[in-house]
Design a protein around this ligand. Structure first.
Ligand SMILES: Nc1ncnc2c1ncn2[C@@H]1O[C@H](COP(=O)(O)OP(=O)(O)OP(=O)(O)O)[C@@H](O)[C@H]1O
Length: 210
């Protein structure tokens, strides 16, 4: 469960993005955050993911205030509980595809062999048919997006935040990805998806327009 309570955020004093914004995201649900470009959806995801600090208000994780904690404590919470799919995939171009998928889970202390096995399963499920030792600079935008999704799902995070996870995908692959996100939510996680796609929003349990 993650809650935004009276959140406010300004990139600069003349550029308020969010003002007094509140919502609760229950475990076991998938929520779509929708709204026009530039409205602040990505910014909100960064705030919910404890990567930005709100100017006002707070983010609570399982009822505990988290957004005002020191950097190291927020980093620990992110590592233990969150999975992220960033809008631009944000893969490490110096590492192979398979290492990109496993790195977060290995950092968290998960078993290396089990991680590698599950990584291959996920890549296959999302039809990422590139050699696992290839570098992310040699994959397409849609493949990079699915690799980022595999990385996020690998550690079965309690909270999964995905920014336009289907932006570069065809309709069939979009359905596979949305199905996997919904399955993850319905196994007990909190999933929040930023999307411009009415079909993706309709597949979520709830839509919150910004
Ligand atoms: N790093 C930044 N520094 C300054 N301003 C920023 C920064 N990132 C975003 N903004 C501004 O904050 C506002 C909200 O941006 P954000 O990316 O959160 O919107 P969005 O709803 O996710 O947009 P889109 O749908 O186009 O991805 C925009 O006016 C944007 O220009």
């Amino acid at each position: 469960m993650i809650e935004a309570r009276e959140l406010g955020f300004d990139w600069s004093p003349r550029m308020p993005v969010l003002d007094n914004w509140s919502a609760a995201f229950e475990s076991g649900t998938m929520t779509a955050l929708t709204g026009p470009s530039g409205r602040g959806k990505s910014t909100l995801l960064y705030l919910l993911g404890l990567m930005l600090r709100p100017t006002h208000g707070q983010v609570l994780i399982d009822g505990e205030p988290a957004s005002a904690l020191p950097d190291a404590a927020r980093a620990r919470i992110r590592s233990a509980r969150f999975g992220f799919v960033f809008q631009d995939a944000a893969l490490d171009s110096t590492r192979t595809v398979i290492d990109n998928v496993t790195e977060v889970a290995l950092y968290r202390g998960d078993d290396r062999q089990a991680c590698a096995h599950r990584a291959r399963e996920l890549l296959e499920r999302f039809s990422v048919d590139v050699p696992p030792l290839r570098k992310p600079t040699q994959v397409s935008g849609g493949q990079a997006q699915r690799i980022a999704l595999c990385r996020a799902l690998l550690s079965r995070p309690l909270i999964l935040l995905a920014d336009e996870p289907t932006g570069n995908l065809d309709p069939a692959t979009t359905r596979t990805v949305v199905g996997a996100l919904a399955e993850h939510a319905h196994s007990g996680a909190t999933v929040i998806v930023v999307t411009h796609s009415p079909a993706v929003a309709a597949a979520c349990d709830r839509e919150i327009p910004l």
